[in-house]
Design a protein. Sequence first.
Length: 302
Amino acid sequence: MRFLISHPGAVADLGDLDVGLYDGAGPAPAALGDVEFYAVPYGVIDPRFGEPIASMPRLRVVQTVTAGYDHVLPFLRPGVVLANGRGVHDAATAEMAVALILAARRRLPEFVRAQGERRWVPAAWSAGLADARVLIVGYGSIGAAIERRLAGFEVEVARVARRARPGVRPISAVGELLPWADVVVLAMSLTPETEGLVGRGFLAAMADGALLVNVSRGRVVDTGALLAEVGSGRLCAALDVTDPEPLPGGHPLWSAPNVVISPHAGGLTGALAPRARRLLVDQVRRFVAGEPLVNVVVDGTG
């Protein structure tokens, strides 16, 4: 087979080609010598899904349906192009970011706990979201989707990305913006430059009472430094990703004050499957036609 694809719907759509299905549920197919295009299975970010690459001597393209691709990099070799799933998770991850902001700023976890105890919580003020100043760090397609969903909440948004462009400040300016923000949303990929970016200095620059929201990768944040800040009560956090991950049962993040945790579920909605299917079919058709691929993050052919 020339194409090993992780989505059964995409395999059906590409039935005129020599396509095999590998969704990661079992072992990879044994005969991989002719594979030229490999779509890595989606699910838990598992390095094992990169291992079949070593058995693909004719491989030319690796495609992920995740926006992050750090789990695949160790398996790449010269001559292989890597493309990511930019756009596949925008809607779902943006929803999760906004949900986490609202949950933390409107005290929803406290109310859910009280409901389980059949206890009425006396009415009290909460921070709310209207009029908040939101800083999006990592303003790619997910960051832009987050801003679109915040548009109706009457917030002020600032944007930071690796490179400056109209309306977007460079990452070097983040220190100037942190004291301004009530909410800081992390939406960047994990790279050598972003790993540990949110450390002691970054967190110390945030305003008192500010909320840190992480929908990127856990290792972008120094967990020890974050624990010190939330433990003192100075900052709040809402985390869809953590370091380590999965978070062990005895980890202090579970009991830290002012912390909301979801289990890396940001992309897991009904929006995922049709978007992943469209991307995989489009990429394979582009490959067959000799057209440029989209979402290329590593061009190993250069």
